[in-house]
Ligand binder design. Structure first.
Ligand SMILES: N[C@@H](CCC(=O)N[C@@H](CS)C(=O)NCC(=O)O)C(=O)O
Length: 232
């Protein structure tokens, strides 16, 4: 199998979690220039007409987009070891936490992603503060449902951890570092305890490192581009 993805995107992280937990033999491919422009996506649109990462391509060539759908496919096709809880309610909570990330946390970050692509003179402090406040509010929804045993749900890694950890790298490290905003976990003790604990897990730790490195790479690239356009 092949996984088309980028390490900077939070969505493929949950798919990599499934791959790592299950020890699957999957070639990981980063479509070159993917985040640069629609044109740069080139042949990738033939693999995934939606034009987003990730996409899983099976050995027979069939392709599957959408991170959560891919995780469910991997769970059905390769059930052991599992990446979802056996208990139906816990399983629903796993999906709820992932959904909170996708619908509320990511959406709250969009204005900051947009601002980060623009020069600093567009970074109005009131707008930055309001956007960071929305991110903290969305993290508050995770606070309500996060597990208390060092994992998102129960006492083992699940797909929800793969959804949450890249969001916490972005929210707790990238946003305060880039925009000088306060620690969004300051008022969220359960999510803070989770964030401390989950970094000790070997697979989650690997996902966190991969995300950090990719974000640092994107930030360095953006800085170099800004310097080049300022001197042009
Ligand atoms: N619902 C999709 C969302 C995937 C998504 O939005 N990926 C972003 C990267 S964060 C993407 O590919 N955006 C298009 C682009 O960057 O050009 C999933 O879960 O797979």
């Amino acid at each position: 199998m092949k996984l088309y993805q980028t390490y900077a995107s939070p969505f493929p992280t949950r798919v990599r979690l499934s791959i790592y937990v299950k020890g699957l033999d999957v070639e990981i491919i980063e479509p070159p220039g993917f985040h640069a422009s629609t044109e740069a996506k080139g042949d990738y649109l033939k693999i995934n007409p939606i034009g987003r990462v990730p996409t899983l391509v099976l050995d027979d060539g069939r392709a599957l987009p959408e991170s959560e759908v891919i995780c469910e496919y991997l769970e059905d096709a390769f059930p052991e070891p599992p990446t979802q809880p056996a208990d139906p309610f816990d399983c629903a909570r796993m999906r709820l936490l992932s959904r909170i990330c996708d619908f509320y946390v990511v959406m709250a970050m969009v204005p900051l992603f947009d601002l980060s692509a623009r020069s600093r003179r567009h970074w109005e402090p009131a707008k930055v503060e309001a956007a960071a406040g929305k991110v903290a509010e969305a993290l508050g929804y995770l606070e309500e449902y996060i597990g208390e045993e060092g994992f998102a749900v129960g006492s083992a890694l699940t797909q929800a951890d793969g959804a949450i950890v890249p969001q916490l790298v972005l929210a707790c490290e990238w946003i305060p570092g880039a925009f000088g905003t306060p620690d969004p976990l300051a008022e969220l003790p359960r999510l803070s305890a989770y964030w401390r604990a989950i970094q000790q897990d070997a697979i989650a730790g690997r996902l966190i490192r991969e995300t950090r490195e990719a974000i640092a790479g994107v930030a360095a690239q953006a800085k170099a581009q800004a310097a080049a356009s300022a001197s042009a």
